[in-house]
Every structure is written in structure tokens, then in C-alpha cells.
Design a protein around this ligand. Structure first.
Ligand code: NOJ
Length: 761
């Protein structure tokens, strides 16, 4: 052993002298290798398998932390980490068990779904992406890491980067929408925010990009469903954000529940090893999703023991919840069905993740109770959450500039979301304490002060039917009232008001995991409420709460203004008031298409053309590719979002009509704020390859810039296009561009663009 240690040390010294540029990286890796090799030589097979085991602590911490099932497993070193345990005291105690009462004193990974904040909650990820502000997303991830790490967490199961084009899928709320380019930038921003300076600091944690791969394409928008997709589509349309996270140095990857090419992702060697590790060079930790090794049995692929073999051989390191690795791999090894090298490789990667987090040098790095007291839900974090929330709201309609509202007279705030303290944060917000958050009503009342009277009525239940509502509200139930009485009261309040603000839509748990919908309209009771409010003839603002695109045809025609506020997080009340009363002009732009009908789904802007496109997008045009009863057009396209002010685009220019080989071309446009408010605009650039070997999308986002213009101000915006922007995977999966003609389009959303054509040599 001593001799080997010396060899390692010599190697380290040799490296120090040899290549100064690679010095610190090599030195670090050699030290890590030596350390882990030494440790693994002392581990039994059972202890190694223990490192591959990731149970959900929530189910196992019962009664006293020290005596539960989880603590037994820790003492025996049967787990590599756990998740779903909240609270520094518990986590600290469990980490102490691992470090003081287990044989080899290996510290634990402590995971959690810190998806859009920890105690301070930010808008849901879909909303965050609508800010088009990567720095804001990075800041939110940074704050999430600061707070989670101060409460004992060292590993977050985020970012979720699944491209989704189908609003029926509730998990659309968790990602950055339908575009691979924007999704890739967001993926990198999350990783930078969570991992910071390579997890050196005690407020920097391990990120986990998920769900690898293609989970957002679940058939018919039904959760956990099958995915079947061509390699071309994967490479050109779905894989980029995962790869971007890998390129940004994400430390871990979670495989997805779905099948890929018929094989569950959990055990798909092509996906996990050939693509992720060999082609993309991912060297980090690969964990399954919840129980998904065991679920391979329901997939009809293999029972637990065989599934565990296949998952390990495919490249999986850690088994979340199913205990297949812990309980079956020993026997499989004896039977020669897996090798010790395979187990060792997985174990090494778990240990490496712990090493990179610095847990071996300081197992209590994330157990600093002083930080717990000082870093959670701070004024500074809340202020960031409030500002960021205002950037995510999307103004869908604003007839006759009804918004912003003047703070005067009587304003009626009506709807089941108006005073729903526990429903402001949306899905994946179990780590926060809603009793500390303000409601929308409180935010609006505090902004109005004594300048306006804010009247309130709940107005309706979420659904008429109590059972349906129970399913929809899940862990965040709302007090129900009598359907008739609620409506009557709302109409009485409305009658006294000058303007009505209706706060309704989905409740928090109607989007996220396991909540697919076939009907994407506002739930029945709330729809009737809204219709009754509009019928009063008073101006009505719809503050739309939702975790996914909804079908809003009636609302788009009949309601005067629609501000989509998604789920804005713990500071929703104040943030909505900021925008409602014009302290901040809305600037969010949709990153997901709003359909006119569920029948159009999947619907997305960057689609391929058919041989028979319908140029006018009429409702029904026989023998063109369209529908008998609906146009192909979305209700609100990708990139769409209004402001209180008016941005006018003019003078689109390209520096040359030809992009020379290895050269570049500049596209410029003038944007002028012709309205009365200062505000942000996101200028978007799209490209179209006119002819190529394979059919190419009608447009693809390739650049954008978020700019602030004062009222009356003009600015020239320049985008530089190079060959890189024109590349795609061809039928041989080579990443190339083809000479020929291209359209460049610039505008304020994917529909309203100006176009110029250029040639590529
Ligand atoms: C299942 C979900 O699919 C995944 O996103 C999450 O991270 C795990 N459960 C752990 O909670």
C-alpha cells in the first residue's frame, strides 16, 4: 500500500513539473484517483454496492432519526446517499452517523428536488425561461444553491431540460419550453448557478441534468409514457440542452423513465454510454430516476435482478429507490453476469462525486447551522425573486391599454387564486414554508395603500366537482365553498367595482409530475365565473395562473387584458402588484406555443414543412395539410409577449448577400420604443435553410438580445451569423452546413418577423 501511495505521489510531482497548463487539473485528478483507489481497496463488495444505492429518506426517517431504517442502513454502509429529508438537524445527524459510526466513514450525498428555489421560491422553470434572461436564471440557481446548502443539501435534481411540445404533459412546467437553442443556454445557466466555482465553496452544490433523454416527448402528453423518435429528430431537436449541460460541466445526469429505441433509458447502453459518455465525454455520476430499475419489469423488459444487470452494464452508477443494485448484483456477480470492474466503475463515480464536493475533506461542509440561520429566505433573496418574477410574466392581450391599472377607485380582486397562500409557488416547492409568503391579495393591497379600495371575493372553487378538485389540488388543498354562493358573492363585489381583476386558472399541483390533462381550458367553475364577470360589462383583467399553455380562445376574444403570471414563487403577490400597477412593464415572451385546440398538439414553431403546407392557414383547405375544424395557427406563438409600451422594428439589413466560407455576416435592425413606458424587449433572430439534404424547420431561433429602451429611445441591434449557426445533423448524423440559400428573420416573436435572404458559399 505504502509503495502504491509513493508511486501516486511521484506521479503527482511528475505532473507538476511536466505540464504547467494542465497542472492543477491533473494534480487534482491524480490525487482524487489515488485517494479513491486506496479507499476502494478497503471496501467490501457489499459496501461498494451500498454506494450505488440511493433511497428516499422521506419514507425511511421515522420517529427518531438515529433509530430509523435509514440510520441502520447508514451504519452498515448500505447507502451512498439519500434524498427527501428536510432540515439541517436531521441531515447533520445522519451525516454524523455515516462519518462516525460506519466502518469506512464515507460521507453521504444528500439530494433534493431544488427546482426553482428552496425557501425563497422563484417562478416555475417554464416561467423563468420566458424571461429569456440567462443571468436571472443563473442568479436564481445560485440563490437556490446558497439556501439548499445552508440546510444540508449537497445535490439538486435540477436542471430539467426536456424539450416539450405538448401542453398536455404536466411536466412542461419544469423545463425551458420547446426550443433547443434557448433551452441550451438556460441549461448552462442553471449549471453555472448551482455548481458555481466547481463546487469548491460550501454554498455550491452538485447539479443533475435530467431526464436523459427525450422525456418531454412522452406520447400523447401522458406522463411516464413511451417515446419513439428517429435519431435525426433526437440530434437536431431534442438532445442539445442535455449536451449543453454536459459541456457546462454538470456533475451528474439522471436517466429518464421512458424508453428510447424500445429500451428503457435506465438500461439503454447506446444512450448512457455510447452517446453520453463516449460521444459527449461525460465523466460524472449517472443516477436513475425514481424506482426506474424496478419499473423495467412493468415495461415488459426485465424483472428486478435482470434489470439491475442491464442498468449497470448500460452505464448507470446509482439506483434511485429500487434497491436492485444493493440486493441483486452480488448474486449476479457470482453467476458471472456482471463483472467486478463494472461495479467498481460505478462505485468510483459515486465516490468521485463526493470527492469533488469536498465531502472527504469536510463531511460537514454543508452542515453549518449558522448558515442555516442566516441564509434562508433572506430579504436579499426575496428581492431577487420578486424582480425575477416580474420578468417572467407574459402579457398576452391588452385591449385599449387597460393595463397598467391606475391605483384609484375600487378594484375587485376575484378568483380562487387571489387569496391562496399555499398555491403561489407551483409544483416542486415542497421545501418552502408557504405560511411565510404573502398572498396576491396582500401584495395588491399593500401596493394600493390608501389610494384605492381593493375588494375581494373567492368567486369559485377550482372545479365544481369536489373529487376532481381534490385530485387537482393534491398536497395544496384549498378550502371549498358552495358553488352558487361563491358566484353570487363575486357578482355582488364586482357590481361595486370600477375594474375587475380575475385571478384564476390552474392551481399549483395541476402541472408538474403526473398531471397530464386532455382538456386544456380553464377549469369549469372558474370559466363560468370569468364569463359572469365579463358579462357585467366592466373592464376585466385576467391574471392567469398556469403551469402550461392553456386553450384560451374564449378569453382571448372576450376578456380585455390577459397577464399570464404562471406560478411566480414566494414573492408572487408583490411581483404581480409591481406589474399590474405599472411599476414594471411586462417583458416575458412565451417559450412554448399556446394552441387553439388540444387537437393541434403537439404544436411548435420550429416544425418541418409538409409537401402541402397551407399558405393562408385557413380553417380547412382541402388537400392541404390542415384541419377541417381549426387552423394550423397557434393562438399565441413562440416568442410572443406584449409590453405596456410599443416596440417598432425597422430597417432590417444584412452586411452582405453572401456569407463567405469561414466568414461572417452581420444582421442589423433598429428597434424603437414608440410607447409611453420604459421597458425591456427581446429581439429574436431566426434562420431557415431553404433547401437541404434533409427537410429543415420553417424557422429556428439562432440568436436573441434582451434590451432596455426608454420611452422614445431607438437602438440598432446587430447579430453576427457564422457557418456554425447553419449547422445541423444530416442523414449520416454528421454535424455540417450546406451551401445554398437561407432566410434570416428578425422580430419580436416567431410569427411577426422581417425577412432577408442570403447565400452561403
Ligand atoms: C421522479 C422525478 O421524475 C424526478 O424528476 C425527481 O427528481 C425524482 N422523482 C426524485 O424526486
Amino acid at each position: 500500500m505504502m509503495r502504491r501511495m509513493k508511486r501516486c505521489c511521484l506521479l503527482v510531482i511528475y505532473n507538476i513539473l511536466l505540464i504547467p497548463t494542465l497542472l492543477s487539473q491533473n494534480h487534482y485528478e491524480n490525487e482524487m484517483d489515488c485517494f479513491i483507489t486506496d479507499l476502494m481497496e478497503r471496501m467490501t463488495l457489499r459496501e461498494k454496492l451500498g454506494q450505488l444505492n440511493l433511497p428516499s429518506g422521506g419514507d425511511l426517517v421515522t420517529g427518531s432519526v438515529m433509530n430509523g431504517e435509514l440510520s441502520d442502513m447508514i451504519r452498515k454502509q448500505e447507502i451512498g446517499g439519500f434524498f427527501n429529508v428536510k432540515g439541517i438537524q436531521k441531515i447533520n445527524a445522519l451525516q454524523h452517523l455515516a462519518v462516525e459510526e460506519s466502518r469506512l466513514k464515507i460521507p453521504l450525498l444528500v439530494g433534493a428536488d431544488v427546482i426553482h428555489g428552496y425557501e425563497t421560491i422563484f417562478p416555475i422553470p417554464l416561467a423563468l425561461s420566458c424571461s429569456w434572461d440567462t443571468l436571472a436564471v443563473e442568479r436564481m440557481a445560485r440563490i437556490s444553491a446558497i439556501e439548499a446548502s445552508a440546510d444540508g443539501i449537497n445535490w439538486t435534481f435540477s436542471p430539467m431540460v426536456d424539450i416539450c411540445r405538448d401542453a398536455r404533459w404536466g411536466r412542461i412546467a419544469e423545463g425551458s419550453g420547446e426550443d433547443p437553442y434557448l433551452g441550451s443556454l438556460m441549461a448552462k445557466a442553471y449549471v453555472r448557478g448551482y455548481q458555481g466555482n466547481n463546487m469548491q465553496g460550501n454554498d455550491e452544490i452538485l447539479a443533475c441534468v435530467k431526464h436523459f433523454a427525450l422525456y418531454g416527448a412522452s406520447e400523447s402528453g401522458r406522463d411516464y409514457n413511451v417515446v419513439d423518435m428517429s435519431r435525426l429528430r433526437m440530434y437536431n431537436e431534442y438532445l442539445a440542452p442535455y449536451k449543453a449541460a454536459v459541456d457546462a460541466g454538470v456533475g451528474s445526469v439522471m436517466s429518464s423513465f421512458n424508453i428510447v429505441d424500445g429500451i428503457p433509458a435506465t438500461a439503454n447502453k447506446w444512450l448512457l454510454t455510447d452517446l453520453l459518455r463516449d460521444e459527449w465525454g461525460f465523466g460524472g455520476l449517472l443516477v436513475t430516476d425514481y424506482n426506474s430499475i424496478a419499473e423495467m419489469s412493468s415495461h415488459g423488459v426485465a424483472p428486478l435482478k435482470e434489470a439491475s444487470i442491464r442498468a449497470l452494464q448500460a452505464g448507470t452508477d446509482m439506483d434511485m429507490v429500487s434497491c436492485g443494485f444493493l440486493n441483486t448484483l452480488e448474486e449476479s456477480l457470482k453467476e458471472g453476469k456482471v463483472t467486478e470492474e463494472q461495479i467498481n466503475a460505478a462505485c468510483r463515480r459515486v465516490l468521485e462525486a463526493k470527492y469533488k464536493l469536498g465531502l472527504f475533506s469536510d463531511p460537514y461542509k454543508y452542515c453549518d447551522t449558522l448558515r442555516t440561520r442566516e441564509k434562508l429566505y433572506t430579504a436579499e433573496h426575496r428581492s431577487s425573486a420578486r424582480t425575477i418574477a416580474t420578468e417572467t410574466f407574459v402579457l398576452l392581450k391588452n385591449d385599449r391599454h387597460l393595463l397598467p391599472l391606475d391605483i384609484k377607485g375600487k378594484i375587485a380582486l376575484i378568483g380562487p387564486m387571489a387569496d391562496a397562500r399555499n398555491n403561489m409557488c407551483g409544483m416542486w416547492s415542497m421545501t418552502c414554508t408557504p405560511s411565510r409568503h404573502g398572498t396576491l391579495l396582500e401584495g395588491i393591497r399593500s401596493a394600493a395603500g390608501d389610494k384605492a379600495e381593493i375588494l375581494y371575493a373567492k368567486g369559485s372553487n377550482i372545479y365544481y366537482d369536489a373529487e376532481t378538485e381534490k385530485a387537482a389540488t393534491g398536497i395544496r388543498p384549498l378550502e371549498r365553498g358552495d358553488n352558487r354562493q361563491l358566484l353570487d358573492e363575486a357578482l355582488r363585489i364586482a357590481a361595486r367595482a370600477d375594474v375587475i381583476v380575475a385571478a384564476l386558472g390552474e392551481c399549483a399541483e395541476m402541472s408538474g409530475e403526473s398531471v397530464s390533462r386532455t382538456n386544456l381550458e380553464i377549469p369549469d367553475a372558474q370559466q363560468d365565473l370569468l364569463k359572469a364577470l365579463v358579462k357585467t360589462g366592466k373592464p376585466v383583467v385576467l391574471l392567469l395562473f398556469t403551469g402550461r399553455p392553456l386553450v384560451l380562445n374564449w378569453e382571448a376574444t372576450n376578456v380585455h387584458s390577459i397577464l399570464n403570471v404562471w406560478f411566480g414563487g414566494s414573492e408572487t403577490g408583490d411581483a404581480v402588484a409591481d406589474v399590474l400597477f405599472g411599476k414594471v412593464a411586462p417583458s416575458g415572451k412565451l417559450t412554448t406555443t399556446f394552441p387553439r385546440s388540444v387537437g393541434q398538439l403537439p404544436l411548435f414553431y420550429n416544425h418541418l414543412n409538409t409537401g402541402r403546407p397551407d399558405p393562408d392557414n385557413r380553417i380547412f383547405n382541402r388537400y392541404a395539410s390542415n384541419y377541417l375544424d381549426e387552423s394550423n395557427e397557434p393562438l399565441y406563438p413562440f416568442g410572443y409577449g406584449l409590453s405596456y409600451t410599443d416596440f417598432v422594428y425597422s430597417d432590417l439589413q444584412i452586411s452582405s448577400e453572401t456569407l463567405p466560407k469561414n466568414g461572417e455576416l452581420t444582421v442589423s435592425v433598429t428597434v424603437t420604443n414608440k410607447g409611453n413606458y420604459d421597458g425591456y424587449e427581446t429581439v429574436q433572430l431566426y434562420l431557415r435553410d431553404i433547401y437541404a439534404e434533409i427537410a429543415r424547420p420553417v424557422k429556428e431561433l439562432k440568436g436573441f438580445e434582451r434590451i432596455f429602451l426608454k420611452s422614445g429611445e431607438s437602438r440598432d441591434i446587430n447579430f453576427v451569423i457564422t457557418e456554425n449557426d447553419l449547422k445541423f445533423y444530416n442523414s449520416g448524423l454528421e454535424y455540417i452546413y450546406e451551401p445554398g440559400e437561407f432566410d434570416v428573420m428578425v422580430g419580436s416573436n416567431s410569427r411577426d418577423v422581417q425577412t432577408k435572404r442570403f447565400k452561403v458559399e
